[in-house]
Design a protein around this ligand. Structure first.
Ligand code: 2NL
Length: 351
């Protein structure tokens, strides 16, 4: 090989640029670069080797030429790459990248259950209405046949608030957090003539300590139908139709005698266990039955309180806890999980 000199530095640079200019693809350009800059068998590597075999007094100069050529070609190669594969300016979007999947939330399990309950009953002709959580004691207790000293008021103890609420409350009525949504059914009856068919979902409050199955604030859905000639059979048929849509098409309903001041007769609503079909399992605690709420025929005193003629109208009502249905539906072991907003729990209910 001829020993490099100043003019051969320039001519190699020119040759490199010409070959780069002629290459039709990045791959070809890469090959050109390798022929000039590659670790083996390239122009630069040959020049570096030439240092070793050159006469001692020329080693320095040849080393300088080799380095000049190497740096010149490296910088041209960098320029070429920058021009051939333009980097997106900062902040711009590369539309060829696959999209990032957005984090989509979903509804809370209690909302899912509440919506299912609403859908089932509205298909049966019940209108869903909501009422205030802050109520007066007349709508919450007195109108529901629970006068001032009635013991049922102790069983449904709640928080009493200092400020009165606006609206049609009696002047001396105290303000409280409602213990059931029945207060709204009273308001609805005051404002509408029979026949009526409503469900009232919403949050209610009771003096209770938080444990596996109780919470001082929980969701309820109550139903009320008033008309002429409504009977206990209508109540049972309505709840049976609900239970079969909500849990299993073969489920059976059992009424167990009970007491509520606002219904007569009154009953606890039991469903045949849809897991063992009544044979007895862990879900029904070996009883074959699962309690889901209470119900009854509206007490005549309630009709009198809202100005309905109790001789003319009859009606049925029921109350179901939303958490209770969700616990049964999803086999949740601790009611508190619904309130803690832990995504590890909530993400198990995609919907
Ligand atoms: C339960 C029991 C019940 C009612 C709620 C009601 C409402 C009016 C008139 C008569 Cl306006 N009754 N509601 C009736 C029976 C039972 O709930 O254990 N709920 C979780």
């Amino acid at each position: 090989m001829m020993l490099p000199d100043a003019s051969s530095v320039q001519s190699e640079i020119a040759r490199f640029e010409a070959e780069l200019a002629q290459s039709a693809s990045l791959r070809e350009a890469q090959a050109v670069r390798d022929r000039f800059l590659g670790r083996k068998n390239s122009v630069v590597s040959a020049w570096m080797q030439a240092i070793g075999s050159a006469p001692p007094e020329q080693k320095r100069e040849i080393g300088r030429f080799a380095n000049e050529l190497k740096q010149a070609i490296e910088s041209r190669w960098e320029q070429y790459q920058a021009a051939a594969a333009p980097v997106a300016p900062a902040g711009s979007v590369d539309v060829t990248l696959p999209g990032r999947e957005p984090l989509v939330g979903h509804r809370h399990p209690l909302t899912i259950v509440r919506t299912q309950l609403e859908e089932i009953f509205t298909r049966m002709g019940f209108a869903a209405v909501e009422g205030p959580e802050v109520e007066d004691e007349w709508h919450c207790f007195d109108a529901l046949n629970m006068p001032a000293e009635h013991p049922a008021r102790d069983m449904q103890d709640t928080l009493y608030l200092a400020s009165p609420i606006a609206g049609d409350s009696p002047a001396d009525a105290r303000t409280l957090l409602r213990t059931h949504t029945s207060a709204m059914q009273i308001r609805y009856m005051q404002a509408h003539k029979p026949p009526i068919r409503i469900i009232v979902p919403g949050r209610v409050y009771r003096r209770d300590d938080l444990d596996l199955t109780h919470s001082p604030a929980f969701g309820q859905i109550e139903g009320l139908a008033v008309g002429e000639g409504l009977s206990l059979a209508d109540l049972k048929g309505t709840l049976l139709a609900f239970a079969r849509q909500m849990f299993s098409p073969t489920v059976r309903v059992r009424f167990r005698p009970s007491f509520f001041p606002y219904t007569e007769p009154s009953a606890e609503i039991d469903l045949s266990c849809w897991q063992c079909d009544g044979a007895g399992c862990s879900m029904c605690k070996k009883t074959g039955w699962i309690e889901i709420g209470g119900c009854g025929m509206v007490h005549p005193a309630v009709f009198e309180a809202v100005g309905y003629d109790p001789e003319r109208y009859t009606g049925f009502a029921w109350g179901i806890g939303i958490e209770r249905i969700a616990i049964l539906r999803y086999r949740v072991e601790d009611i508190r999980l619904f309130y803690e907003n832990d995504l590890r729990f909530l993400e198990q209910f995609p919907y």
